[in-house]
Every structure is written in C-alpha cells, then in structure tokens.
Ligand binder design. Structure first.
Ligand SMILES: Cc1cc2nc3c(=O)[nH]c(=O)nc-3n(C[C@H](O)[C@H](O)[C@H](O)COP(=O)(O)OP(=O)(O)OC[C@H]3O[C@@H](n4cnc5c(N)ncnc54)[C@H](O)[C@@H]3O)c2cc1C
Ligand code: FES
Length: 263
C-alpha cells in the first residue's frame, strides 16, 4: 500500500468548539489512496518541540485531493496545530494502518464517542457511496460528555443520508445518557455490522453487547505512538494468549472480539 511524506497546504481551519478544531489540507497523494479508519502522522512543529509526529485519524478525504483531521487540543502538538493558518505548509506522513472492512451488503450501525467520532464520517460516506445511497436500515449513534463534543458534527453525518442519533452524558444535546443506552434500545437486524470508535470503556461495553447479540463489531483503538510504522514497539496491545499486536501496523481497526478489554 502506498505511503507518502507529503508537504500539504492548509486550506481551511474550523474552530468547532473551544477545544475542538478541524483542519483541511491539500494532500493529493494521501487523499488518492487513503481508506476509512487509516491515520496520518503529522509534524506539528517545524522545530524540535515536539520532536515526534502526532497520529490523527483521517476524518474525511475527497476526490479533489483534500483530507481533513478533527482533533481536540490536549497538549503541545495539538495546541500548535490549532493555530495553523490557511496557506501554511504541514508535513504529513500516510496513509498508515489498516482501516475498516466494509461489506456494503450488510446493515450498518456506526457508533462514535467523543474524539472517536473523528474517523467515522469518512466511513459513513464510503458506506453510503458503496450502497449507492441505499442506507435506509443503517444507523449512526454519536455521543459525548457535553454538547461541544457532539453537536458540531451531527449535521455532517445527517447530510450523509444515514439516520443519526445523538447522546450526551449531561443531556445538553440529544438524549441524556450513553451511546450504549441507545444501542440497547434500538432494534438492529441480526446481521448488522457494528463499527465503533471512542473511549475504551465504551468500546468494551459495545463489544460485550455485540458478543451477547451475535453481531459483528469492528473497533478503531488508540495507543501512544512514536513512529506509526512498526519500528518503535511503543503501540503494543495484548490480544489474549500472551500475544500482542502493534496498533499502528495491525490496526488501528480490529475485530473487537480479538482484543483484550478492560486492561
Ligand atoms: C491512530 C490514532 C488516531 C488518532 N486520531 C485522533 C483524532 O482523530 N483526533 C484527536 O484529537 N486525537 C487523535 N489521536 C490522539 C492524538 O494523537 C493525541 O491527542 C495527540 O498525539 C496529542 O498530542 P499533543 O502533543 O497535543 O499532546 P501530548 O503533550 O503528547 O499529550 C497530552 C496528553 O494526551 C495524552 N495522549 C497523547 N497521545 C495519546 C493517545 N494516543 N491516546 C491517549 N492519550 C494520549 C498524553 O498521555 C498526555 O496526557 C489519535 C491517536 C492515534 C494513535
Ligand atoms: S507506533 Fe511505533 S511500532 Fe507502532
């Protein structure tokens, strides 16, 4: 699979809430070959602080050669990235990792929590494109702690054409409660393919639910990553039987039942 170290150009910066930012980059090489669920490693500074690239899911990619990332400001790298300006150059390496496996013949339920919503817009669009807009039975459930984490992205998902439900822990937007509460309350077809990305306890609960209901479930997991390409061994994750996977190379998308949960 091709990978590029591309000098991308910032074409748009959207401050979607006080902590959440979306950046659009002109990245024709990466956009031409990336798949939903893959990620990029971004050099956030031209200097040595921070020295290492930071991993971000590909939030969207389009045929005009643009990719987007959507992120929360949590430290030095994301703080710098949040202040980039249009026309600035950013070094981006990717696409990396293994993305979601899509079977357009199956009904789909996509579940995102907090920043885990980031890779799911690209996935929803690709599913709808392959189903030729015939997404009637499909469902998206987006959740977060507060309105800020959910509301800015809901319209983008609804525009894809898939029924989209929202929850917040505090009830400030959508249903009050967790995405798993909604998941348990809706009726899914027995052959539904579930896709999930979000906090570990959320994905562990969704895995339990899918195992109990006999549903397929793919999850995108995070890990601290120094290299993103299998060289540093920093992203190991146990899968049971004393075995480990590299999240950067073997994932970040896995069959949920293959992973060890509640670490
Ligand atoms: C495959 C992958 C995809 C990702 N996609 C996104 C995305 O789409 N949007 C987004 O906002 N973030 C995403 N992340 C997390 C993102 O990489 C980190 O938030 C970012 O590296 C923080 O950099 P920083 O320099 O701002 O913070 P740092 O100063 O490096 O760290 C600040 C705090 O965040 C914690 N932290 C850093 N990286 C991670 C991590 N990977 N998991 C959990 N805690 C971490 C640190 O322990 C520290 O407490 C992704 C991570 C991975 C591995
Ligand atoms: S991040 Fe270095 S091996 Fe995965």
């Amino acid at each position: 699979m091709p990978q590029y170290q591309e000098k991308t150009i910032v074409t748009r910066v959207e401050q979607l809430s006080c902590e959440n930012v979306r950046i659009t980059l002109k990245a024709p090489e990466i956009a031409s070959c990336c798949k939903p669920g893959q990620f990029v490693m971004i050099r956030t500074s031209v200097g040595k602080d921070p020295l290492l690239r930071r991993p971000f899911s590909i939030h969207q990619a389009d045929a005009s050669g643009h990719i987007q990332i959507y992120f929360k400001i949590v430290g030095r790298g994301t703080e710098i990235l949040a202040h980039v300006r249009v026309n600035e150059e950013i070094s981006v390496f990717g696409p990396l990792g293994r993305g979601f496996t899509i079977d357009e013949n199956l009904p789909t339920c996509i579940i995102g929590g907090g920043l885990g919503i980031a890779p799911l817009l690209f996935l929803a669009k690709e599913i709808c494109r392959r189903k030729k807009k015939n997404c009637g039975p499909d469902l998206i459930i987006l959740g977060g702690r507060t309105l800020d984490e959910v509301e800015p992205l809901v319209n983008d998902f609804r525009e894809v054409g898939i029924r989209t439900l929202a929850t917040t822990d505090d009830g400030s937007y959508g249903e009050k409660g967790f995405v798993t509460d909604v998941l348990k309350s809706v009726e899914l077809a027995p052959n539904t393919q579930v896709y999930a990305c979000g906090p570990e306890p959320m994905m562990a609960a969704i895995n339990d639910f899918c195992l109990a209901e006999g549903l397929r479930c793919q999850v995108s997991v995070e890990s601290v990553m120094a290299c993103g390409m299998g060289a540093c061994l920093g992203c190991n994750r146990p899968v049971g039987d004393g075995k480990y996977v590299h999240v950067c190379m073997d994932g970040p998308v896995f069959e949920a039942k293959e992973l060890k949960w509640n670490l």
